[in-house]
Design a binder for this molecule. Structure first.
Ligand SMILES: [Zn+2]
Length: 276
């Protein structure tokens, strides 16, 4: 599932590829990502629109048109945007493509989604985005402070890992990065959020910034099927220290062996020796 660094990688790719392009038409091969919106409504909404700006907030992609209208997209499990300089017509190339935005210069933007949990929402104005209001603080924003994390942690009777996955606390983190962050911060994923010390909170924030910056620099993590806008893999999977490293020797301590345990429907990877 794409997390902040993967979505940021896609957004940067879109900024290079689609800004200034005019939509000449849209093909809806599967309507599910549109939810309540009909293919006809999408066609009417985007036809002749010019992409002006693409931004990320949390794990969302916010595509804005010069007219002020916008699209708010979430990739969920397997969604991806791939840019193509020419139309895609062969059946095998069209596999898993759900929506095609055609541009006036014959290039197009493909929305691919194997499992179709991703969403595309239409906003007539780009100001009152409901999803934006629900997001917590961004990892790289100075607004994410130790005091903020401690304040959120004190109110919750959940494990610290579950708190960090809550998008209304910190926006954009998912299972891979939270495992890596807690490992680097040497904090147990099972620690009750209420027992988080100020020193631990500070280490978590420092590790969050470090991991997210490094992952963005390496164009995200391709452990399952993540691809950028140019259909290329990220490189951060080569730098993972704990995620999917069950049985490996800990990179931080002597004698620690990475373990895997189920925690809230997801796999948690950790070192039982140095993450306390
Ligand atoms: Zn260790």
């Amino acid at each position: 599932m794409p997390e902040l660094p993967e979505v940021e990688t896609i957004v940067r790719g879109l900024q290079k590829r689609i800004i200034g392009k005019t939509i000449s038409g849209v093909e809806v091969l599967h309507p599910k990502p549109l939810g309540q919106t009909t293919p006809k409504e999408l066609e009417r909404f985007v036809r002749s629109q010019v992409f002006r700006k693409v931004e990320r907030f949390g794990k969302y992609i916010h595509m804005q048109f010069a007219s002020g209208k916008s699209l708010v997209c979430h990739l969920r499990m397997t969604g991806k945007y791939i840019y193509s300089s020419a139309n895609v017509t062969k059946a095998e190339e069209r596999r898993h493509i759900r929506i095609i935005f055609h541009f006036s210069d014959q290039s197009c933007l493909l929305y691919k989604d194997l499992r179709i949990f991703g969403t595309i929402k239409l906003y007539a104005d780009g100001v009152t985005i409901a999803e934006k209001a629900k997001q917590g603080r961004e990892p790289l924003s100075p607004a994410l402070t130790t005091a903020y994390l401690l304040e959120k942690a004190r109110r919750r009777q959940v494990a610290i890992k579950i708190l960090l996955l809550d998008q209304s606390v910190i926006a954009g983190l998912g299972n891979i990065y939270v495992c890596e962050i807690l490992f680097r911060a040497r904090v147990s994923p099972f620690l009750s959020a209420r027992d988080l010390s100020s020193a631990q909170a500070a280490r978590i924030i420092e590790a969050t910034r470090e991991v997210i910056k490094l992952a963005i620099k390496n164009n995200g993590t391709s452990v399952s099927d993540f691809r950028n806008v140019d259909d290329k893999e990220g490189k951060f999977q080569n730098m993972l220290l704990v995620y999917q490293k069950t049985g490996a020797a800990c990179a931080h301590c002597t004698g620690g062996i990475i373990q895997r345990e189920k925690q809230g429907q997801r796999s948690t990877f950790f070192c039982p020796v140095c993450q306390v």
